[in-house]
Design a protein around this ligand. Structure first.
Ligand code: FAD
Length: 434
């Protein structure tokens, strides 16, 4: 007899686990497929995990989830070749009973999340790739073909949680292959150091953590971001830039990472560390305008596969978890009304997601990707250098009258961008930020 599921979830990352857990915990018959050897084996993240979005799925996750450090300090650095100009925010308020943000290690975290999915009653099959969507005569998705022998499985609805580089949706024509200008390639290393050394270097104690996010000349005029996150006994260090920029400049991602590690502001923080892991992964960065059709007859798309990633705030896993949960809640509602999983009924997922922070945030920043990507040499090279020049000019005491210093700084900005260029950049940034 052919086994029929209420839902098949393709992928066991953040979005897939959120969807599978929500569906299974409400008693639906769920099959989850993961191509990796174990959940998390294929997944890469910085990684900051936002508690609020997980609490909405597993309220007591703090009891047993593998969490590294809770964040009490965030540093935003604008870098030139020898300096950084920073905004630091640190607050003891973040030492709350239920901290707001944690660093995690995805391989461990995804395994834990997957255990919760199994405990909720879902069937999870690893080392199983969904190779094709199966449709009925009317084009409705009714299941998936897998790479297992005789491996066609059927369900009322398929949740595509296959991540940004998943091929199932693109092969089926449900979404386009991400374009080079809408995805970043990020490379990351794990630097191991004793817990107390990390504590001393970053001024944190116990399981307090600190993160540094950096833009500027480290991305060599490309639109990009570097990051350094503290775990218990390691530091995650990485950098990502748009694939189209890598192609245009022929810069090598690993050379960029090496240069970042050798920057005088970064080098002392990782000195003496042992590098045990290296990973590379894509990040969807097209924003609101790159979101594909999210639902259809018998299918929904969630997480990175749907380009639900807020590059401006460096948030992805929370959008993935939320879209997975919201898709599952929509499916549960449709089922509870005895409705078929048609395009018309699954439109509820989009309505619910539109009402969440996920779409509201992406809509707010809808013009930012284009602005940053088309002006990358200004925003990621000229301005960081000018900021450093201005800060150094302000701080260096050398007998130059302050009025002359101010004129010098103003002249540097005007020479680099012209008055009109400065006004135009400021207006465009303000309009895109609204
Ligand atoms: P994924 O986590 O990519 O999961 C997709 C899963 O589907 C994978 O397990 C894959 O093996 C599986 N799969 C794919 N195709 C198939 C198939 N055909 N059959 C079966 N299984 C399949 N976000 C944050 O919130 N905070 C951060 O600090 C952060 N840092 C990041 C740093 C880096 C370097 C990168 C690359 C990303 C970062 N992100 C961060 C983004 C975050 O990792 C993603 O938004 C999130 O992982 C998306 O989850 P997902 O479930 O949609 O996709």
């Amino acid at each position: 007899m052919i086994e029929q599921f209420d839902a098949i979830v393709v992928g066991a990352g953040m979005s897939g686990n959120a969807a599978a857990y929500t569906l299974a915990s409400q008693g639906l018959k769920v099959l989850q497929l993961e191509r990796g050897e174990y959940p998390g084996s294929k997944n890469v993240q910085g990684a900051i995990m936002y508690a609020n979005m997980l609490e909405k799925i597993i309220p007591d996750f703090r009891d047993d989830a593998p969490l590294e450090r809770h964040l009490v300090e965030q540093r935003l650095w604008v870098m030139d070749d020898t300096s950084h100009t920073g905004i630091h925010y640190r607050s003891d308020d973040f030492n709350e009973a239920k901290p707001n943000r944690y660093t995690i290690i995805r391989a461990q975290f995804d395994k834990w999340f997957s255990r919760k999915v199994r405990e909720a009653g879902a069937t999870v099959l690893c080392e199983t790739t969904a190779t094709e969507l199966v449709r009925d005569g009317n084009g409705k998705v009714i299941g998936v073909r897998t790479d297992r022998a005789g491996g066609v499985v059927f369900a009322n609805v398929v949740v595509l949680a296959e991540g940004v580089s998943g091929l199932l949706g693109t092969r089926a024509g449900l979404r386009e292959m991400p374009k080079p200008e809408t995805v970043a390639l990020a490379v990351k290393e794990m630097h191991f150091l004793p817990e107390e050394v990390i504590g001393q270097r970053f001024g944190v104690k116990g399981d307090e953590g600190c993160v540094i996010e950096a833009v500027g000349t480290i991305s060599r005029s490309m639109a990009g971001l570097g990051f350094l996150y503290t775990n218990k006994e390691s530091i995650s260090l990485g950098i990502g830039c748009l694939v189209s920029d890598f192609a245009a400049t022929m810069e090598s991602p690993s050379a960029l990472l090496d240069a970042m590690k050798n920057h005088p502001s970064i080098r002392p923080l990782i000195a003496g560390s042992e590098v045990k892991e290296y990973a590379a992964h894509l990040i969807p960065e097209g924003g609101y305008r790159a979101i594909p059709q999210l639902f259809g007859d018998g299918w929904v798309i969630v997480g990175d596969a749907a380009q639900l990633n807020n590059a401006i705030h460096r948030e992805g896993s929370n959008l993935a978890m939320t879209s997975g949960r919201v898709a599952a809640e929509a499916i549960i509602k449709v089922k509870s009304r005895n409705g078929p999983m048609t395009k018309a009924n699954l439109a509820l997922y989009k309505t619910m997601l539109d009402d969440s922070f996920v779409i509201k945030d992406l809509k707010k920043y809808k013009d930012m990707p284009a602005l940053l990507h088309t002006n990358s040499s200004n925003f990621f090279d000229s301005y960081p250098r000018l900021m450093s020049h201005a800060a150094q000019n302000f701080m260096r005491v050398d007998g130059t009258p302050k009025i002359e210093k101010e004129k010098n700084t103003t002249a540097a900005f005007i020479n680099a961008r012209s008055r009109w260029g400065l006004v135009s950049d400021a207006v465009r940034l303000a309009l895109a930020w609204r």
